[in-house]
Design a protein around this ligand. Sequence first.
Ligand code: PLP
Length: 391
Amino acid sequence: MSKGTKTQKEATRLAHAGREPARQHGFVNTPIYRGSTVLFPTVARLEANAQDFTYGRMGTPTVKALEEAIAELEGGYRTLLTPSGLSAIATALFAFVSAGDEILVADTVYRPNRRFCDNVLKRLGVTTIYYDPLIGAGIKSLITKKTRVVFAESPGSQTFEVQDVPAIVKAAHAAGAVVILDNTWATPLYFKPFAHGVDVSIQAATKYIVGHADAMLGAITATEEASRAVEKAHEDLGLCPGPEDVYLGLRGLRSLGVRLERHQRSGLEMAHWLAGRPEVARVLHPALPSDPGHALWKRDFTGASGLFSIILKPCTQGAVAAMLDGLTLFGMGYSWGGFESLILPFDPADYRTTTTWQAEGPALRLHIGLEDVEDLKTDLEAGFARLGARA
Ligand SMILES: *Cc1c(COP(=O)(O)O)cnc(C)c1O
């Protein structure tokens, strides 16, 4: 359970949340507990299941430390860890649906989220309806008696549309539906899901919480009311992340604040610079005043992370390949949120079903890491020169 002092500032909470040195012989960090079996001293204790830890799958002091810290930072009642961000999403959805139910899912959610809906939930008799992320209060028109869950992700994966989460929450709650939000982009620091009425918040902790591209981890945080269903689904599915990965999550969390400040600053500088490049048609970054989602972002968020996209002016795929293949600092690969810069070509038209993707040219997603921005500009500048030579 979250027990942080409400008056503490965020930087203080990041340093202290989930830690109990007195219970670890004074050591500052909760160590990696490895274990399956936990011993009970008496039959009475065994039968009452009356101790903090009962079995490795049900949690260890290391798991508890990270769960308490994330719950406190997100502002929720209880957090449960899972082995990946996708398993956190799947567990949260699974917790609330039964055969015959409908769920509403933003068309811009993380693509593998759709796999779970279109493959697993469909097979279990649950219907997924994808909605336009800009629908806002209009979501009311899609809600029926069968709607159990509204799933939001703001800003949306790859294209960064900002959703009107409070308006969606209001309509969903009026109909008795639960709102689940994928809060990975903003992290618990830059968007407070529970202050905006969300019932369940998902973190792909793999990204900014771990922060060093060296572990897979997910977190589900819920209100007191929603946490009962989430706890049950989590136990029913038998999910438990590896102790090493949980420790890396705790370790990453301690520096999340300073890392994000840099990701934000460098990301914005790169976004402004890219907006001024002749090869770039548009920059999709909600913290830019020109972005269509800027007003909502400013109203609801307290910061921006280092992930955004650009739309190039019309050019050939060969020109894009020439640009990307020669980059030396920007790596090409999935995931993001680590210390290093990444770039990835994408085409949402491949899989979105409710919205129509209209762009001037090819799209690239960038993660701005902790490198020096001038070096990053030099790398992209050389890339643009290769693109120009082939366009
Ligand atoms: C990466 C990602 C996930 C999934 O996390 P994994 O740890 O890779 O399973 C979920 N949501 C968003 C927004 C992501 O970017």
